[in-house]
Design a binder for this molecule. Structure first.
Ligand code: COI
Length: 355
């Protein structure tokens, strides 16, 4: 492949205040772009100043949503080094999502090199505070101008980065969730396991409704029987019931989260029982009635580990851990962020040092 071209900005932007980053509101000085045509494959890889892109109004992504994306983070380590966290898993998942959406896959090594180079060039955008990081958003869009419903022949891969703080404005404080029993997020054979915009677009109405009722996230049930728990908003979900941690098994409609995979591996490493299986919403509310629902938490790159403090399902509302952070949730948060920030040992070899 031809060498990566770099054009640096002549007008670096001023950095936002680290105490007020929020999530995904600011963007660094540069972005990565590469083009795909069915004749030439991925080519013309370049890092250029961050800015608007030009698309024809007939670009296929605008009409039929052929798009995939990823979410990763770069962390500033204790000695100033830059760490990624299991980047190969995100790239592998991006290729799986491409496969589902009929989008050409990328060479994993080429993609990792692009991410590292972009992060290095904008390394002064990686926040210093331990609770903050540089969120990395790779995405691929169908750019071919055509209104026919078929796989596009032209695409663009872009990578942008954004200095971020906590995903939820409540930080690590437990979130409340609303069990959605009308709308569904995904069905068997659909796109639920792919990271693609449509899964998020179709969740927004339910999310708004949950917000109106005072809940910060939606918990999705399976799209067929609406009994089995799938995931929460933009996170996978775990429950600790009577000493055992359980999480819905990957069934093709749940996103195979990198943090989810890491939590399962870490729990096994600690010797804490963890099971991936079907989990019904009745079972959870029954476990709560019996005093056995000990913790609930969501996992995701953006949210890391997010304790769940309350759940509403139909007329039933329950409180979990009395508004405190559960023991396992807290330990997982400290360990995963500790590894990401280079503060603690990395027993499962997840840290990826840039440079
Ligand atoms: C992530 O955790 O990286 C995500 O992609 C969630 C995002 C939709 C905010």
């Amino acid at each position: 492949m031809e060498p990566l071209q770099v054009i640096r900005t002549s007008q670096p932007k001023s950095k936002p205040n680290e105490g007020e980053l929020g999530f995904g509101k600011y963007f660094s000085d540069h972005m990565f772009v590469a083009d795909y045509t069915s004749e030439r494959g991925w080519q013309n890889a370049r890092i250029i100043p961050y800015g608007p892109i030009s698309l024809e109004p007939s670009a296929m992504v605008l009409h039929y949503g052929q798009e995939v994306f990823e979410g990763m983070k770069a962390y500033r380590g204790m000695n100033g080094e830059i760490n990624l966290f299991r980047p190969e898993k995100n790239i592998q998942r991006m290729n799986m999502s491409c496969d589902r959406l009929g989008i050409p896959q990328v060479d994993p090594e080429w993609m990792l090199e692009a991410i590292c180079k972009l992060v290095e060039i904008d390394s002064d955008w990686i926040p210093q505070r331990v609770e903050n990081s540089l969120y990395i958003r790779p995405f691929i869009i169908a750019t071919e101008p055509c209104l026919g419903v078929r796989a596009a022949k032209e695409y663009q891969l872009l990578i942008i980065t954004s200095p971020v703080g906590a995903y939820y404005s409540s930080g690590m404080a437990p979130v409340s969730i609303y069990v959605e029993d009308h709308y569904v997020r995904a069905v068997r054979g659909g796109t639920g396991a792919a990271k693609t915009s449509i899964n998020y677009a179709s969740s927004i109405k339910a999310q708004e409704e949950a917000k109106r009722q005072g809940y910060s996230q939606v918990l999705w049930l399976d799209g067929i029987e609406q009994r089995y728990i799938e995931e929460v908003g933009s996170m996978n979900v775990f429950f600790k019931v009577d000493g055992e941690v359980i999480t819905p098994e990957l069934n093709g409609s749940i996103l195979p989260g990198v943090t989810r995979d890491s939590v399962i591996a870490m729990l096994k490493h600690w010797g804490i029982p963890v099971t991936e299986r079907k989990v019904t919403v009745e079972e959870l509310f029954e476990a709560h009635r019996q005093g056995k629902l000990e913790e609930a938490f969501g996992t995701g790159t953006a949210a890391v580990i997010s304790p769940i403090g309350a759940m509403k399902w139909g007329e039933q509302s329950i409180q979990i851990t009395e508004g405190h952070i559960g023991e396992v949730s807290g330990r997982l948060y400290d360990s995963i962020t500790g590894i990401q920030q280079g503060k603690i040992d990395d027993p499962l070899h997840w840290r990826y040092l840039i440079g």
